[in-house]
Design a protein around this ligand. Sequence first.
Ligand code: 4NP
Length: 152
Amino acid sequence: MKLLFVCIGNICRSPIAEGVMKKLCEDKGLKWEIDSAGTSGYHQGEAPHIDSIRVCKENGIDISEQKSRPLKRTDFTHYDFIFTLADDVHKSVLDYKPELTSAEITLFLDALYPGENKSVKDPWYGTSSDYEDVYEQIYTCCEAILSRLTEY
Ligand code: 4NP
């Protein structure tokens, strides 16, 4: 199984989702391919935001080696699932989607709140403590996604 998490900058939200999902898969002995990307290339090559690194580290997950990269067209055929962290990201991803797409594109929080069109709040515009809430929400949602995908 190949999963891709997408936000805007690929420095705050999706790196946490990548780190958490990798850890959950590792704990279950699943050798899945997990990655993250941004709809923008503003932060290409940069490490995750210092507070994303911090909250993950506080929870035993090291994401400091991750590097931001923009979403690319080949992602749409390479990955089985593309999870968009927010509504605006979802729209950008659908706009960018090539005709040849095999990935299932879903709003990340639909796994917890189906049909409610919920977004993970962008901590980039918040404070350092917002990252704790974002981490908790992402962790709970990754667990829900993983249990759904391993039911089959
Ligand atoms: P992210 O947060 O999408 O969770 O990585 C953002 C980071 C940077 C910007 C926007 C959102 N930016 O505009 O630079």
